[in-house]
Design a protein around this ligand. Structure first.
Ligand SMILES: [Zn+2]
Length: 247
């Protein structure tokens, strides 16, 4: 194979590995922000559940106060009923006492409802605490993993930068590097494997004379359709990975 063609295949491999690493590095902040949002959401849910318990306690204190006031009214009527002189006064007093007793019954129902709510809220708090703990563990582990991955990707980028300089420096035909870079900028990948008289990237059929030239791998031949630099390799053993195409 023409040494420059071999170098361009290496260059394509370098570029695609660098692109994968750069994409992962660029995506890391978004992934960390998503983890932070998860943690924030679990923290907010727990704070809301705890606030519900405070509201429930406030409500209970208010009911208890009403209940004490009603009890005091009832006690007062019980004292007063001893002093009534007429049946009419007695009936009126009994009527008032009945009304207060009804009020007390309603307050006691409110206490029961409030206690049931408190049970539900306490269960919700336990659940929210467990969810927050789980979120904290998950976020810590995933954040560390992302940070380690990013370091590895940064090392890959540095390694690819050095490899690129070395390969480009070794190229005999600097014009071919420019062609490579121009196509890569537009197409995402600058090289295409030829197989069965086709460009395997754009799938357009090559003219037989062109394919015959490509098969020799001894010069830079571009695809008539997509302009990519063509090389030939046995189908079962492609020389370069099929990098994703630019949109
Ligand atoms: Zn093509």
């Amino acid at each position: 194979m023409l040494p420059d063609l071999e170098r361009l295949i290496q260059l394509q491999d370098i570029e695609s590995r660098a692109a994968i690493a750069n994409k992962a590095i660029a995506e890391a902040p978004g992934r960390i922000a998503a983890l932070d949002a998860l943690l924030q959401s679990a923290t907010t849910a727990l704070a809301a559940a705890r606030q519900s318990l405070e509201d429930n306690k406030t409500s209970r204190r208010s009911i208890d106060k009403d209940l004490i006031a009603d009890q005091q009214r009832l006690d007062k009527y019980k004292d007063q009923i001893m002093a009534v002189k007429t049946n009419e006064q007695l009936h009126a007093m009994q009527h008032q006492m009945k009304s207060v007793e009804d009020d007390i019954g309603r307050q006691e129902e409110r206490v029961l409802v409030n206690m049931m709510e408190a049970d539900e809220i306490n269960a919700a708090i336990k659940k929210a605490e467990a969810a927050l703990k789980a979120a904290q563990a998950k976020v810590a582990a995933e954040r560390a993993a992302i940070e380690n991955e990013t370091k590895a990707h940064q090392a890959t980028v540095a390694e690819m930068t050095a490899a690129r300089a070395s390969v480009v420096g070794a190229m005999d035909n600097k014009g071919a590097v420019e062609t490579f870079q121009r196509i890569a900028k537009v197409r995402g990948t600058a090289l295409a494997r030829a197989e069965g008289e086709r460009c395997t990237v754009c799938q357009v059929r090559l003219r037989p004379a062109v394919f015959a030239e490509v098969r020799k791998n001894d010069q830079i031949v571009q695809c008539d359709s997509c302009n990519r630099i063509l090389y030939f390799a046995a189908p079962q053993a492609p020389r370069a990975p099929e990098a994703p195409q630019a949109p």
